[in-house]
Ligand binder design. Structure first.
Ligand SMILES: Nc1ncnc2c1ncn2[C@@H]1O[C@H](COP(=O)(O)OP(=O)(O)OP(=O)(O)O)[C@@H](O)[C@H]1O
Ligand SMILES: [Mg+2]
Length: 312
């Protein structure tokens, strides 16, 4: 059952140089209880997509359908209710957590703002509950974010996101700022929480290897567009888009001899401002043909459940 769908979702920013196509006609489906990984290089529109879905940004066009309803038509009070069900976890807990607030104040904030619990005692009880759920020892309740390490800070971010019992969480590079060993702990925590609470995630990252174990499906973005969409195993074993192949190639492997040299990430990146029609990856593509720049590309189902926008 789809919990979240985007239909023809677009966000164009007006810039002095022209219209910047940050998100350009993105159509995605995320089933309840599943994780969609969203990957792509810096600037390809991942965070903008996440913010559009939560309506932290208003789209230029398209729909965001949550639980069967287009939430873009919701008025403010209805959207306020809706927001309890949709939360976000950010990359850098250091800049997203207010440094002047203690752990308990940070986690309690969404509960206080929405007046979800009646008394101070009830709120504190819930804060301790949440700290237990995310594996933060009670002794940290009155500490400040800067007194904690990156892993614990991100646990605060997770606890705050869970405070109102959401159903859907946009995770925007939640482990990218952490050491690899800590990354695994946070990813495991998030997978456990998903199982226990039936959560649905959109997990944004620039690093394909991070989403391998957490995602059911993966969407690969390039300059505002989704260029490939498939189940995770399928994407890792049968990548069809040259850009996805390049991303997979860029994942470090233990043996040097196992690494092919595919110089895919060379070449000039097309500007997202007033892009020409045709494939935006063409200038960097090792398999480019003259017709690539002419055709308007759409995602096509090339194998069962496996969509790609490439004319080759
Ligand atoms: N408010 C804005 N005004 C103008 N352009 C913007 C705005 N926000 C984002 N952009 C542009 O939109 C494009 C997509 O940005 P976005 O932050 O969504 O990318 P991203 O994939 O999240 O990148 P990163 O991996 O660096 O976080 C970029 O070209 C960015 O410069
Ligand atoms: Mg981003």
């Amino acid at each position: 059952m789809p919990l979240l769908e985007t239909k023809g979702l677009k966000k164009y920013f007006e810039t002095p140089r022209g219209l910047l196509h940050a998100v350009d006609d993105v159509n995605l489906v995320i089933n309840a209880g599943e994780t969609l990984g969203v990957v792509g290089e810096s600037g390809c529109g991942k965070s903008t997509l996440g913010r559009l879905i939560l309506r932290l940004l208003e789209p230029t066009a398209g729909e965001v359908v949550f639980d069967g309803q287009n939430i873009l038509g919701y008025d403010q009070p209805r959207m306020k209710e809706m927001r309890k069900q949709m939360q976000i976890i950010f990359q850098d807990p250091f800049s997203s957590l207010n440094p002047r607030m203690t752990v308990s104040e940070i986690i309690a904030e969404p509960i206080k703002v929405t007046r979800a619990l009646p008394t101070q005692d009830a709120i504190l009880e819930r804060v301790f509950d949440l700290m237990g759920i995310v594996g933060l020892a009670e002794r940290f309740v009155n500490t400040y974010p800067h007194e904690l390490d990156g892993g614990r800070r991100q646990r605060i971010g997770v606890a705050r996101a869970l405070a109102l019992n959401p159903r859907f969480i946009v995770c925007d590079e939640p482990v990218s700022a952490l050491d690899v060993s800590i990354q695994a702990q946070i990813l495991n925590l998030m997978m456990d929480l998903q199982e226990d609470m039936g959560l649905t995630y959109m997990f944004i990252t620039h690093d394909l290897s991070v989403v391998k174990h957490i995602s059911n499906n993966i969407a690969v973005m390039y300059l505002g567009q989704c260029v490939e969409l498939a189940a995770t195993d399928e994407l890792f074993t049968q990548p069809l888009h040259p850009y996805t192949q390049g991303l997979l190639d860029a994942i470090p492997v233990p043996s040097l001899s196992a690494k092919k040299h595919f110089n895919i990430m060379k070449g000039e990146v097309t500007s997202p401002v007033d892009p020409n029609p045709g494939c935006r990856f063409a200038p960097r593509c090792p398999r480019v043909t003259p017709s690539c720049a002419e055709q308007e590309l759409e995602l096509r189902e090339r194998r069962p459940g496996h969509f790609v926008s490439c004319c080759r």
